[in-house]
Ligand binder design. Structure first.
Ligand code: SF4
Length: 284
């Protein structure tokens, strides 16, 4: 990926502008918000497990007499198998919860916990939709849990190549330059949108940088760059899809801001992008 120095607005990308105390307060605020967000996904998953267990118990109660007709020990065997499955799922969920809430890698490591999150997400979203919860809130919670697991999985490690993948809607609609795919060098750094600052940030931190118009182009860029990890900026839907599509590649998601509605002149909090870069220990 070609990188070039940008002009307008680039200076605000430097961390020195923000005082340490203000930075710490913002970080604590984000941490509290993060805890609240992560809780939703974990609580729905735990509720779903309890519901499933209750349904399984009722089903077992109803079919146990029939099972006895096949063999007198069959109801007991089914109960033991179901019990073992319940304990295994409950342990997996506890591992995710502790790892996500503390940000520490425990017992099984990040790959298994990420896999469980990947498997858990569709039923959790389905259950949330059935009980009338806000789907975007559940997706945000999933992203927060995923980020915590990525953070836990990368503690003390530095992947070789990190790709900063941006959505096309961050580019100003007034910009005449084509910057998608491998054409980020066409950004002249005019400062009309946040792209200029992100180009500077990528230069400073040694990240590869690409702008994608959608999933197909994003996959093509990932295939070309072959990163070890991705920092993706996008909306809730694109991030959840991207995290699942890119598995087992670790993807740290940063939500964009949409003051002009979806897919138009969106923005991103640079402090959050820097925080994501810090997770992978890229050079600063
Ligand atoms: S993408 Fe276009 S509008 Fe945005 S900073 Fe670059 S040149 Fe300016």
């Amino acid at each position: 990926m070609t990188r070039r120095r940008t002009q307008g607005g680039a200076s605000s990308a430097r961390p020195g502008r923000e005082s340490r105390a203000a930075g710490r307060i913002r970080a604590v605020g984000r941490e509290m918000m993060g805890l609240r967000e992560k809780r939703l996904f974990i609580m729905i998953a735990a509720g779903g497990l309890l519901l499933l267990t209750a349904l399984a118990a009722v089903a077992w109660y109803l079919i146990a007499p029939r099972l006895t007709e096949f063999h007198p020990d069959l109801p007991g065997i089914v109960a033991v198998v179901a019990g073992v499955a319940f304990v295994a799922i409950a342990l997996g969920l506890t591992t995710i919860a502790v790892s996500a809430l503390t940000g520490r890698r425990i017992v099984f490591g990040s790959s298994i916990t990420s896999a469980v999150v990947w498997i858990l997400f569709p039923p959790v979203l389905m259950l949330a939709t059935i009980i009338g919860l806000d789907r975007d809130a559940v997706k945000r919670s999933f992203i927060a849990v995923n980020n915590a697991l990525v953070r836990a999985g990368n503690a003390g490690e530095r992947p070789g190549r990190v790709l900063l993948l941006l959505p096309h809607c961050l580019q100003s609609t007034e910009c005449p330059n084509k910057i998608t795919g491998g054409l980020i060098e066409n950004c002249t750094g005019c400062g009309k949108c946040v792209i200029a600052e992100l180009v500077t940030l990528a230069q400073e931190t040694g990240l590869s940088l690409a702008v994608a118009t959608g999933g197909t182009l994003a996959r093509r860029v990932i295939g070309e760059v072959r990163p070890d990890a991705i920092i993706a900026v996008a909306c809730e839907t694109d991030l959840t899809t991207g995290i699942q599509d890119s598995y087992p590649l670790p993807v740290y998601g940063v939500l964009n801001e949409r003051p002009n509605g979806p897919c138009r002149d969106t923005r991103v909090d640079l402090a959050r992008v820097r925080e994501a870069i810090g997770v992978f220990g890229a050079r600063r």
